[in-house]
Design a protein around this ligand. Structure first.
Ligand code: NAD
Ligand code: LMR
Length: 339
């Protein structure tokens, strides 16, 4: 891949960098978790004006980390300046939900950020910029970004569902007392929300089908699914704050596999702009199983889908349609109010 071969520093922008995820993510990127231990990095850290001091504190700590791969750290409060020549944009900027809220409850605050930042990104970033939206509602923010940045290729705009994917691997690993690296090919379908469908029907543990190793369909069809769907809420309840280190780790996994490729025989879950695969409405940002090579992802095609799974896939798709319509309505109301 061009950006790896030239060994020129890769410019990574992190928006919302003064927040919790930013604090966990920046050092992970600096130590090579995103592109490997031989790839130099330049960080562009963006946050809002009131977070300027916290952002400067993060910059000082990164300098004090004396990271061999880190060739520069720049801080910004202007998105156009922050986006200049970036190769990867990790969009974390926004507001997290609180206990008792659904992710779509932060829609009105967050979706307008994605509309307003889209054109700055499109105009200033590298032509082949790879974008991963993390801020919630992640799929719908990515959809709004894609619609407002038509010059960025659709396939370069994704959202994070790798955290859900990793959560599913973790649950199967604990249940089977098998190391997580031996659990493969679970799938997260649909929305990064409580309607997502964590699907084990095509997954394996040490090369054997998950369903034959676990052999407890009631657990796989019930508690396993709800645990993964509700894990974000469980972490908010336990920490009083939403997940941060696991989210940062998932971002690094997502970008690493996208840029460097997925291991042979393994797929991962990514929220991508649907081309209609598996009957999903084209244009929605829907999480699919994907394999990556040469810096491109492709949806794994032809998996047999049973009726119960079809139903769950449709439920999460319907929520994405509802979110998209709600987002468009919020944006229309805001632009109406501004006139
Ligand atoms: P946080 O509140 O600690 O940090 C968010 C930062 O974004 C803050 O510093 C804030 O000032 C900044 N910000 C707000 N508006 C901005 C703008 N217009 N431009 C740039 N920065 C802006 O929150 P956090 O815990 O780091 O979470 C960030 C987001 O990620 C939330 O929406 C959260 O729900 C989401 N999240 C998603 C996943 C996922 O798997 N997709 C996982 C965890 C968290
Ligand atoms: C998560 O999944 O941990 C994040 O999306 C935060 C949340 O609101 O659940």
């Amino acid at each position: 891949l061009a950006i790896l071969k030239k060994r020129k520093a890769i410019r990574v922008m992190i928006t919302g960098a003064a927040g919790q995820i930013g604090y966990a993510l920046a050092p992970q990127v600096a130590t090579g978790a995103m592109f490997g231990s031989d790839q130099p990095i330049i960080l562009h850290l963006l946050d809002v004006e009131p977070a300027k001091n916290a952002l400067e504190g993060l910059r000082m700590e990164l300098v004090d980390g004396a990271y061999p791969l880190l060739q520069g750290v720049f801080t910004f409060t202007d998105v156009a300046a922050a986006s200049k020549d970036v190769d990867v944009a990790v969009m974390v900027g926004g507001y997290p939900r609180k206990a008792g809220e659904e992710r779509k409850d932060v829609m009105s605050k967050n979706v307008s950020i994605y509309k307003s930042q889209a054109s700055a990104l499109a105009e200033n970033a590298s032509k082949d910029v790879k974008v991963v939206v993390v801020a919630n509602p992640a799929n719908t923010n990515a959809l709004i970004l894609a619609e407002n940045a038509p010059s960025i290729p659709r396939e370069n705009i994704t959202c994070l569902t790798r955290l859900d994917h990793n959560r599913a691997l973790g649950q199967i690993s604990e249940r089977t007392t098998t190391h997580v690296s031996a659990v493969k090919n679970v799938i997260i379908w649909g929305n990064h929300s409580s309607t997502q469908y964590p699907d084990v029907n095509h997954g394996s543990v040490v090369g054997k089908p998950i369903r034959s190793v676990v052999s407890d369909d009631a657990w796989l069809n019930g508690e396993f699914i709800t645990t993964v769907q509700q894990r974000g809420a469980a972490i908010i309840k336990a920490r009083g704050l939403s997940s941060a280190l696991s989210a940062a780790n998932a971002v690094c996994n997502h970008v690493r596999d996208w840029v460097r490729g997925t291991p042979a025989g393994t797929w991962v879950s990514m929220g991508v702009v649907s081309d209609g695969s598996y009957g999903v409405q084209p244009g929605l940002v829907y999480s699919y199983p994907v394999v990556c090579s040469g810096g491109k992802w492709r949806v794994v095609q032809g998996l047999p889908i049973d009726d119960a799974s079809k139903e769950r896939m449709r439920t999460t798709e319907a929520e994405l349609v509802e979110e998209r319509d709600l987002a468009l309505q919020c944006l229309a109301e805001k632009s109406g109010a501004a006139q």
